[in-house]
Ligand binder design. Structure first.
Ligand code: ZN
Length: 76
């Protein structure tokens, strides 16, 4: 059985979110490639640098994930 990539769980885990992203005012910044995405682009997939290790095969929506981790029940 294929191993689930660690980053797949980021959207549901408030601890993993902050290891990937940094919240800076109205920007979310990738901790690895330091690309930023403004809040008004929250509906668009995040665009990392081409060689960023935080990239995943599926699209990433850090703002949406942040809302998820803030509103999900505490699971730990
Ligand atoms: Zn990145």
């Amino acid at each position: 059985m294929e191993q689930e990539p660690a980053f797949e769980r980021v959207g549901n885990d408030r601890f993993l979110w902050k290891h990937l992203w940094l919240l800076d005012g109205h920007q979310v910044r990738c901790r690895y490639c330091e690309v930023e995405q403004p809040l008004e682009h929250s509906h668009l997939p995040f665009c990392h640098e081409a060689d960023c290790p935080a990239r995943t095969p599926s699209d990433q929506y850090p703002w949406r994930d942040l809302i998820d981790v803030l509103t999900l029940p505490y699971r730990h």
